[in-house]
Design a protein around this ligand. Sequence first.
Ligand SMILES: [Zn+2]
Length: 106
Amino acid sequence: MHIKKNDLVVVLSGRDKGRRGKVLEVQTGRSRVIVEGVNMVKRHVRAGSDPKAPQGGIIEVAAPIHISNVRIVCKHCNQPTNLSTKRMEDGKKTRICKKCKESIDK
Ligand SMILES: [Zn+2]
């Protein structure tokens, strides 16, 4: 899995197809990600159980979507892309956009 928190991704299928957003959370064990503004669902909350709705009521939250339904968007060439990894001179791994060959971890 190449996707990390705060990456920009585009949704490939479902009702939010084509929408872009920032990854808020990666659920590695379930192969799911939560993307800002994507797959919004209404949740009923009781008063006091959620700081976003202290009075209780209905809030909209982003529900997880499967990792195969998103693709990372390169911040250099601004296109959905695949990544490869490369080991840098200092021994650290970096993720490389296969389209423009730039590191997206910079
Ligand atoms: Zn690129």
